[in-house]
Design a binder for this molecule. Structure first.
Ligand code: ADP
Length: 378
């Protein structure tokens, strides 16, 4: 905490300040009224008497009594007027001060509770527009903080779950090795290495995801022609395909418009999509399709679409909304132990968004999946 935060303020609370400021205004007002009235009223009264005498009314003997009577009446009525007026004004001022201060006190109490971890706390609306605005801003901030906290808890729980599996396997093997219950064969060590690699991949993916989500990933946008990249990727992945596996094809126009993108990040996205397609497609085809989209039928090309379509196992309709969530994996791919972490698509989607595009998916169980994304033109 900063020094200023620690410094105790000795000044009066706001309610007293408001009350005293109202009181001061009232005292100044009443004093000026009293002084001016005290000085001027008797003179006006004497002037009035002189006018009466001028009209022929004889006041010679009554004059002194009249003036004294006037002064007494003035003093009494002014005394009561000041007492009643001051009490009414004081009461009113206290009421107004309380009405301003009460919502502020409430804000302070609620923010304290919020800071103590009650993230569901919200400020009630206020009749004072400025305080209402403050409450609205606070509530907006509270919603976003609650959301962040919710996602943080989810991440920690997902993460512990994901870390536990390889760790349990590792510990199991190591304990059995230590107790001499299994032979230390190369196969066992390979299994140990596989689990360690899985942990490593999980941590790398997580680091990448956290950077992408926080927007820290450096994205160097530049006008690029994607065709050479697509050709080389299709070539590279074709080499990994088995003879009885699916075929991989590129369907791309000879001349591609330039897109504004980071070529390394586009490659990362395509490697993830192609890797998935290869993992989940046993037969048929995997097609990388590229087409420009024109806007509103005017023939002006605004974006370039890139799709990876496979004839693999597909994704169930109820699972489709979850594919881009981190750590999400279809039950089947979990069981198959593909070695995936369920983070790849979350990163890919974020990377496409950071380059000004969007990613979508279409899939039918047992028929195949199409993952597509667009990039803005340069
Ligand atoms: P993983 O590292 O597990 O592949 P992803 O985020 O890339 O993580 O994918 C998440 C899940 O989406 C996969 O585990 C799989 O269940 C499903 N999936 C992704 N791509 C495909 C595909 N082409 N066909 C069928 N299922 C897929």
């Amino acid at each position: 905490m900063s020094k200023t935060g620690l410094r105790r303020t000795k000044s009066l609370p706001l309610v007293s300040r408001l009350f005293f400021s109202h009181l001061l205004v009232m005292i100044v007002g009443v004093s000026s009224f009293l002084i001016i009235s005290k000085l001027s009223s008797p003179r006006f009264f004497v002037l009035h008497l002189q006018q009466l005498e001028g009209r022929g009314v004889t006041l010679r003997f009554a004059r002194t009594y009249l003036i004294q009577g006037f002064e007494t009446a003035w003093n009494r009525s002014t005394f009561w007027a000041v007492i009643v007026g001051a009490t009414a004004a004081g009461g009113l001022s206290y009421w107004v001060s309380m009405r301003i201060v009460q919502p502020l006190t409430q804000i302070e109490q609620i923010t304290k509770k919020f800071a103590a971890g009650h993230l569901e706390e919200r400020l009630p609306p206020s009749e004072i527009p400025e305080i209402n605005q403050l409450a609205n801003s606070f509530n907006r901030m509270a919603v976003s903080l609650e959301d962040v906290e919710h996602r943080r808890r989810e991440l920690v729980s997902d993460l512990t779950h994901e870390l536990r599996t390889p760790l349990t396997v590792l510990r199991g093997y190591l304990e059995e090795l230590a107790e001499g219950r299994i032979e230390p064969t190369p196969g066992v060590y390979q299994q140990l290495a596989k689990e360690t690699k899985r942990l490593e991949r999980l941590i790398n993916d997580l680091q990448e995801l956290s950077k992408a989500e926080a927007g820290y990933l450096p994205i160097k946008l530049a006008p690029v022609n994607l065709r050479p990249l697509l050709e080389s990727l299709v070539q590279k992945f074709s080499d990994q395909l088995l003879d009885d596996g699916p075929v991989l094809r590129l369907e791309c126009p000879e001349q591609l418009p330039l897109v504004l993108a980071d070529i390394d990040r586009v490659e990362q996205v395509l490697v993830n999509l192609l890797g998935n397609a290869l993992t989940y497609t046993k037969a048929g085809s995997i097609v990388v399709r590229v087409w420009p989209e024109s806007e509103g039928g005017k023939g002006i090309i605004s974006r370039l679409w890139i799709a990876v379509a496979d004839t693999g196992m597909g994704i169930a309709p109820e699972d489709l909304p979850h594919v881009f969530e981190r750590f999400w994996r279809a039950e089947k791919s979990r069981n198959q132990n593909t070695g995936g972490t369920g983070i790849g698509l979350a990163i890919s989607k974020r990377l496409v968004e950071l380059q000004g595009g969007e990613m979508e998916v279409d899939s039918q169980l047992g028929v195949g999946s199409t993952f597509r994304f667009y990039l803005p033109l340069a």
